[in-house]
Ligand binder design. Structure first.
Ligand SMILES: [Zn+2]
Length: 351
């Protein structure tokens, strides 16, 4: 008597579900659980309500309750897969859907094309995620290599200026003496002015090349060269030429690096298989395409497997179909062969 009552409450819950009154349905399943004790069906039905309400933690709890009671419950595996899709744990989701499909075969049940569709959707999501990660990795690698070239350029310029400074001490001293004599009485002051000269030279170069070269030389504001003095500082053409060469070779390296990444980018863009060459069942390129009487093309193996294991319908057209009606789609086959020839990476992919 109680069992019947519990089942009646469950039916009531199912009706609420069909009317999209998910909270009412949940309270019916709660009552049914109270009435009849633990039943995998009640948990699974309640889990579906939580899927609709996007309360994923509760979905997870309910499917696990139902799998504890019945480890071969197909719907529980499928709903757990949906939970994992939501968490972007695609490998786990794929395992769930594959297990659900296996159980369909063993228990001779079918849920139309739904589980197959979810499996392919997940495989596509996983592929996109991997692509995204690859693009992010490429981008951060490019940024890192850029910074290496930049740092190397700055180091070489610094060395070049320091060497010039060392080699031309006498000349520079003379030049500084001609700027001003009053503030150069001590060796310390003289050294500061020399440092400022070095700093000024770098600034001058930066203005010429519009690159940012961080000077490591500190300038004491008390003895800083006045704008009038700066007018008198002439950057040696020899030094300027040396700095220009460093700049030029560095720009060349940057250019080569960018070209390399653009090339990789072009290849990446070509990594998309056009939709019209993609099977609606496995989302992969159709190597042996066949067309149904309803004008839809699939891989031969995919549609045949679907007809044997899932349903005797064209999964897209939803009309009765038998394998004898499948005809090779020679036009698509020719295009696919040409595409594979031009995009050899297709053969390396498996998703
Ligand atoms: Zn296929």
């Amino acid at each position: 008597m109680t069992v019947e009552k519990g089942e009646a409450i469950k039916e009531k819950g199912n009706n609420h579900f069909l009317q999209k009154k998910y909270n009412d349905a949940i309270s019916c399943y709660n009552q049914a659980l109270k009435q009849n004790g633990e039943k995998a069906t009640y948990y699974v039905n309640r889990a579906l309500c939580y899927i609709k309400l996007k309360q994923w933690d509760k979905v997870y709890q309910d499917v696990h309750h139902s799998l504890d009671l019945d480890p071969n419950y197909i719907k529980a595996h499928a709903y757990l897969g949906q939970y994992y899709i939501e968490q972007q744990q695609y490998d786990e989701a794929i395992t769930c859907f594959k297990r659900a499909l296996e159980l369909c075969k063993i228990q001779n049940k079918n849920f139309g094309n739904e589980i197959q569709r979810l499996l392919h959707y997940t495989q596509k999501c996983r592929f996109s995620l991997m692509e995204q990660e690859r693009i992010e990795n490429d981008n951060s690698l490019q940024t890192y290599l850029h910074s290496l070239i930049q740092t190397d350029k700055e180091r070489r310029m610094q060395l070049c200026i320091e060497k010039y400074f060392e080699d031309n001490k006498v000349n520079i001293n003379k030049q500084i003496e001609s700027i001003s004599t009053s503030s150069l009485s001590t060796t310390a002051n003289r050294l500061l002015i020399l440092k400022q000269y070095l700093s000024k030279t770098m600034d001058y170069h930066n203005q010429q090349t519009t690159t940012n070269l961080n000077s490591t030389i500190s300038v004491n504001p008390e003895t800083a060269i006045t704008p009038d003095d700066q007018m008198n500082i002439i950057v040696d053409p020899q030094l300027e030429q040396a700095l220009f060469e460093i700049e030029h070779s560095s720009n060349q390296s940057l250019c080569e690096l960018n070209n390399l990444f653009t090339e990789v980018d072009m290849k990446r863009k070509r990594r998309e298989i056009p939709e019209y060459l993609t099977c609606k069942l496995c989302y992969d390129i159709m190597r042996d395409p066949v067309i149904t009487p309803f004008g839809i093309t699939y891989c031969r193996s995919c549609i045949e497997e679907n007809l044997y294991k899932v349903s005797h319908l064209d999964p897209i057209a939803n009309k009765p179909l038998v394998p004898e009606q499948l005809i090779s789609n020679l036009v698509v086959k020719e295009i696919v062969e040409k595409f594979i020839k031009e995009n050899e990476w297709v053969n390396a992919e498996s998703f």
